[in-house]
Design a protein around this ligand. Sequence first.
Ligand SMILES: Nc1ncnc2c1ncn2[C@@H]1O[C@H](COP(=O)(O)OP(=O)(O)OP(=O)(O)O)[C@@H](O)[C@H]1O
Ligand SMILES: [Mg+2]
Length: 407
Amino acid sequence: MRPDSQETPEGPATASSLPLPDDSAAFRTGTLSLRTLSTRILQESRREKHVEAAVAASGVSHTFGSTQVLFDVEVKVNPGEIVLMTGPSGSGKTTLLTLVGGLRSLQRGSLEVLGRQLAGLDAAQQVEVRRGLGFIFQGHNLFGSLTALQNVRLGLELQGGTRHENDLLARRALEAVGLGGHLGKKPQALSGGQCQRVAVARALAPRPKLVLADEPTAALDADTGLQVVTLLQEMAAEGGTATILVTHDNRILDVADRIINMVDGRLTSDVAVRESLEVCEFLAKVPAFRRYTPGALAEIAEELTLRKLPSGTSVFRQGDPGDEFYVVWKGRVAIVDEAADERLAVLGPGQFFGEMALVSGKPRNASAVVEEDAELLSLNKDEFQRALQREKDFHRQLRETLTLRSL
Ligand SMILES: Nc1ncnc2c1ncn2[C@@H]1O[C@H](COP(=O)(O)OP(=O)(O)OP(=O)(O)O)[C@@H](O)[C@H]1O
Ligand SMILES: [Mg+2]
């Protein structure tokens, strides 16, 4: 069987015997970039429950003097989401975080934080916004004359609560970051990493609905760094705490729901981590991608588009120009030689099709029709060419696979 292969007879699209509904609308409405997939799913489930975003920024720009450092930033963070922000030094990460935290006045755009619009707030109103947030910034700003416990309790006291309750919460938070044995020590008797952990405990003890963290694990060893992010995960799961975390620490990428990347003051990508991982693991099992490095797979995964197509939809017709390559993610797709009125193959998850027309430049030599509600991952011609260039022996592998298929 050689679906869409050069050996299959080329022929004009006759198609009359096939159940081919007018699929163009379904094709378009079912298109979803993986970059936005998880966000979209989250947003849809939240919309049903009428939960508003923890952070919604739109058209946010910022200028220091005559230098513009943020350009039209658009980002949305939902309750319970952990979003990592990466990017080169000087790209604007801290600036964005300080704007979201009400530590700096918004100059342009719209920024809603926990349901409150920050545009036009005066200084006193900004202080109110800050009270509800957890900040973990570089330079921990602990009070030198207070013990670790007192430093953490101070943050809780601003929110009320009895002394006994606050004491208990402060102890728990310090224990959670591994400082249960250092409650009575003042900052000068603690190491830099321990001070950083006190600052983490102080930010998290009041269980804020939004945590803004700027390199919170930079001064921490691997275990402690993991403790901190585990705490954030627990808060996300239990209390719906949202987190924006600036980091270069690739040890903690796993905790992220999404990774956003800032370059020269612009958000350049927004990757749905779990979906991308799932897709990479899936691609690694697809024969054509078997020998790709994880890095190359991740780049390909980011370019893939997921199309949800109901049963009966025509993916492409014999004689069409070949402009996309497909991998079946879910469901089944029949490959049909319409000229010979013959079903050549039925492809399921992990199988791919549509590659030969892209390689040869000839029109499709068979039609592809969804046989059972399908989800297809696709690469367009340019993306496919880039994937080819990434792996020198991709061509050979492709031919090997095709030969195997024909056996
Ligand atoms: N208070 C300020 N006054 C003038 N320029 C500033 C100020 N704060 C930041 N900048 C400039 O704005 C740009 C973005 O800085 P920002 O601190 O947001 O970068 P960053 O991405 O957090 O970098 P890093 O990874 O090094 O922390 C830089 O060019 C920086 O020099
Ligand atoms: Mg910074």
